[in-house]
Design a protein around this ligand. Sequence first.
Ligand code: M6R
Length: 609
Amino acid sequence: MCGIVGYIGREEAVGLLLEGLKRLEYRGYDSSGVAVLEEGKLRVVKARGKLERLREKLAQTKLTGTTGIGHTRWATHGEPSDENSHPHLSQSGEIAVVHNGIIENYAALRDKLIARGYRFQSETDTEVFAHLLEETLKTEHDLLGAVRATVRQLEGAYALGVLCTRFPDRILAARKDSPLIIGLGEGCNYIASDIPAVLPYTRRVYLLKEGEMAQVFADRVEIYDMEGEKVDKEVFTVNWSVDAAEKGGYAHFMLKEIHEQGRAMRDTLRPRIREGEIDLSEAKLTDELLRGVARVVITACGTACYAGQVGRALIERLCRVPVEIDVASEFRYRDPILQPTDLFLVVSQSGETADTLAALRLAKARGCKVVAITNVVGSTIAREADSVLYTWAGPEIAVASTKAYTTQVLMLTLIALKMAKCKGTIARERYEALLAELQRLPEKAEEILSDVENVQRCAARFFSQEDMFFIGRGLDYALSLEASLKLKEISYIHSEAMAAGELKHGTIALIEPGRLVVALCTQGATLEKLRSNIREVLTRGAVVLTIGYADSEAEKELTPYRLAIPRTDDLLAPALAVIPAQLFAYYCAIQRGYDPDKPRNLAKSVTVE
Ligand code: M6R
């Protein structure tokens, strides 16, 4: 999730751009840069690392000019480095571009441009746009028309800010699937990825819609749709505080990130599914390699490990390959039995978790092929693994992992499906049906998130409990581990996840009148058995809350407390059923008066043993 700012007016741009970037820091970043129009030429300064490094560089390299664009980068294509930081210049140096989003067809466009003699300075998808626009401007003499023609060639998501020396009186802005706003000043105007960047200067903004483009001049703003028709836009007046604006209007980052899951799922799936096939070539997971995998080992910590538990069930079921899974802190010290023929998967949102990294190093030392599933480009785990599959969840700021979990689960599902296809352990029709349903999940996630009132009601009813149990069978059991962890870490309610059939072997002694048991009910094959387990606890006075399909009638007669998700294939249910569980944990924490973004004793990234 990168941050874009732009300024055009009468004041020196650099200071304003730095201020704007500072206000977008909450979005997370690994490098930054600015471009300013100085006496008809574009000058660019960029730096890897904290914004302070850019500030230091700018103190040494004075840039003067009243029109500029700036960017904080969250790396996707290419490691965090000075070269990969934005803004990117076109070959002639006449165009500077900042971009947020992912250009999915960048590789094909890049090849075409190289064939036409363009030389690339970075590994980014964004640089493709700069050169492509330059190429278009050879025949199209209007910048707006050229930008429109260029974005038409892009697949994927973008928010763009463009400066061009031939049109020094304007900044061009365009958006599709990535946010962009325009701030309206007095004799000056701004562009930004998010409202907080402009709030100190103006509360009057235009919110660009999908496919809209803008020519931003110092004294006016013109907005157009993709067909080139002028759009008459209403000014939106912001009445939130800077703090609320940073969270996109949500009360907490955690809630915002829960609500981002539809988008995060789409971004993770889309680049890997092409014409009905799964493409994991970015991690060198070729058909031949996957066909030959005799065993999979998964290692991770916390939520990432619980995503791995879902992955284990899917790989075993679909590929008929044994999967071993262990928390990294145990794995690294138990002298594990590893074979060079094992496919070794490490899962980590941050890519910096010390135990996971140690497990990765151990597996590499034993000759295993290590594939990392991580969210942070250029992280240590990404660099040290043999290959990487990035979850495109975007920066996760809240300590409790939410969108990282769902995207990790989807990535593991893609691996399981692809491997099953290579090994011939799945019928063609089943493969196609699962792949089609997988692509419907983002929309179904958004459906769940469109109405959270029932979850709020349930949290208000149960938040004062001091102990809870989460039960499930099969994939529901794997999910109950994550649901229980989420509740514990932010609401401080003690909870335990149990395989439902195991309850009667001891833990049922703790069930007493009024105790809440949350039953995960998405696995049709074992649902009858699970209902028996629900009856066992009901008989002992427990209150039961179920998380299951909206159209499943059977639970209705057992309990009035139900959190519903849309019907999906049982194998894909964890990525949806986790959402009400996350919301339940969140609202319990709120009811108890805790800040879910900063739970006590916890850090976002655990880089010590
Ligand atoms: O960055 P990682 O995914 O490697 O982090 C692993 C765990 O520390 C992390 O999932 C932790 O359990 C979270 N607090 C869960 O919400």
